[in-house]
Design a protein around this ligand. Structure first.
Ligand SMILES: [Zn+2]
Length: 522
């Protein structure tokens, strides 16, 4: 299997996955297609730009049997793009048991020439007690191992690109250690593409925090491997999961929501009966009013809403990809987070997930935007503060700290020239709530001269814990004897909040109130 990563931002990646039916650009949303009844044809999905669809091998086996083996799944569903097949594990979750063996379904998926195949898994679902969840994880691992052994034994193709990709199904539910165990074991068995199952209940309940923790547990075990998230078809879940490192998603949400008159929009879903306008430029919303949609017969209405829902899901994935290319995925995710308090709460995960920093480019062409306390944890800013903690001024005993001017880098400002002229032997640093202390020597390194932030007076210092840490570390690790702090409203609060044992208080700095004419006040 080949998976080539082209661009990254946070833990998101734009990649190319090679399959027997062509290259799938990821992140990709893969619509669920029923192998027998199709209200929306797979050809229409292709026209909309969906390069892959997923269908159910178990239902195909029951309805089409040998005919599917003869014709192949692509002909059965009339789709010449990439076809992924689910094994029926989800039906197992719904009906309790399936009348099929893992080897039988695996052989069938191979025979119908599916491009991306999932072995028979036993989804843990959500809120299953630990021991039972563990049993299902073990059973899924056993099935997966047998499946892979069977497939490699009978594999006749020499060219690896002709071979279907087999997916390692990670289970464990909210038991994070089971997820780690499951992912590591599947990796060891030899899987190269993984799928995290099946937190649909979590997503429906907007439990983004738990979903995020599950993704993080899986990603930490298999950080470089491509990972699919089962059942993700919501416009808030998709960007969140992509930012945490998921590469593929499948869902029937577009259709399930439509059957329930649920209209997807960029920040959630609404019932058609509860809205007055269709805030979407897709062909369906451009052709009808809410009233006209509600007046249609049910089948037509479901199809039209489902089509609209697909437009939105496609646009969502494209918007996230463009944000990756622009280096603005953090800004994008934070905008999304304002759509729902539970998503905002889940943003705590982004503070300490190391893969977020690894995936964020060292340099970006565009300035980053900083608004709120959560932005003190964005990877570019954390990286800069770490650089400052290792910065050592050469032989300077005096320190001058003053609020960062709007002009970047600040050594090109008149204020800076005048300070240097007046106190040539001082170490001069600016500061802002996000980056902390900015020594002039590194003030043109990204992102210190490539950021825009809300006026400092708008920020409450006690929410900027990282600023205080950065300041105290800088003062305690460098041998300054004389410190002058030109304090604006923000810095005043910082100094007032420090306790007597802090480096700031111990060094007893001279504090002058900031005004425009700082030079005359030093
Ligand atoms: Zn629309």
């Amino acid at each position: 299997m080949s998976f080539e990563v082209r661009y990254t931002d946070l833990a998101a990646r734009i990649g190319l996955l090679n399959t027997p039916h062509g290259i799938l650009e990821t992140p990709a949303f893969i619509p669920v297609v029923h192998p027998v009844r199709q209200a929306i044809s797979p050809q229409y999905l292709k026209k909309l730009g969906f390069r892959a669809v997923i269908t159910n091998a178990y239902i195909t086996l029951r309805h089409h049997g040998n005919e599917a083996k003869k014709k192949g799944i692509h002909n059965i569903i009339n789709y010449d793009g990439i076809v992924m097949t689910d094994s029926g594990g989800y039906q197992l979750l719904e009906y309790g048991s399936l009348n099929v063996e893992p080897a039988e379904i695996a052989q069938f998926e191979k025979d119908i020439k599916s491009d991306i195949c999932i072995p028979l898994d036993e989804p843990t679902g959500y809120k299953l007690e630990y021991e039972k969840a563990k049993e299902r994880v073990e059973q899924t691992l056993k099935n997966a191992k047998e499946t892979l052994a069977l497939i490699s034994e009978h594999s006749t193709t020499k060219d690896i690109t002709d071979d279907a990709i087999w997916v390692g199904p990670i289970q464990g539910g909210e038991h994070l250690d089971l997820i780690t165990y499951s992912a590591n074991a599947l990796d060891k068995i030899g899987f190269e593409l993984f799928a995290l199952g099946s937190p649909v209940e979590l997503m429906e309940a907007y439990e983004f925090s738990m979903l995020g923790q599950m993704i993080v547990a899986a990603k930490r075990a298999i950080p470089t491997k491509p990972i699919h998230l089962f059942g993700a078809g919501h416009p808030l879940t998709i960007p969140f999961a992509i930012a945490l490192g998921c590469d593929m998603f499948d869902s029937a949400s577009y259709m399930l929501y439509a059957k329930d008159n649920r209209y997807i929009h960029t920040n959630g879903t609404s019932r058609l009966e509860e809205i007055s306008y269709l805030p979407c430029p897709c062909p369906i919303c451009s052709s009808y009013t809410v009233k006209e949609l509600l007046g249609m017969d049910r089948d037509n209405r479901v199809t039209e809403i489902a089509k609209h829902n697909l437009y939105i899901l496609k646009a969502e994935v494209c918007a996230v990809k463009q944000a990756v290319m622009d280096g603005r995925l953090w800004e994008y995710i934070m905008q999304k987070a304002r759509s729902h308090p539970k998503l905002m709460e889940a943003m705590a995960i982004f503070k300490n997930f190391e893969l977020i920093e690894e995936g964020t480019p060292l340099f970006k062409e565009k300035a980053i935007f900083l608004y709120d306390p959560v932005d003190q944890y964005r990877p570019e800013v954390k990286r800069f503060r770490r650089m400052v903690s290792e910065f050592r001024p050469r032989g300077k005993k005096k320190l001058i700290l003053y609020p960062e001017p709007r002009v970047h880098p600040f050594y090109s400002t008149k204020d800076y020239f005048q300070i240097v002229k007046k106190i040539p032997d001082a170490q001069i640093c600016a500061y802002n709530p996000f980056l902390g202390v900015i020594p002039v020597e590194i003030s043109d390194i990204f992102p210190s001269s490539h950021n825009l932030f809300k006026p400092m007076a708008w920020h409450s210092a006690k929410e900027y814990v990282a600023f205080s840490e950065s300041l105290n570390t800088f003062l305690s690790t460098n041998p300054f004897e004389e410190i002058i702090i030109v304090a604006d409203h923000f810095m005043r609060q910082v100094v007032d909040h420090e306790d007597d044992n802090s480096a700031v208080k111990k060094l007893n700095p001279k504090i002058i109130d900031y005004r425009q004419d700082i030079i005359f006040r030093l």
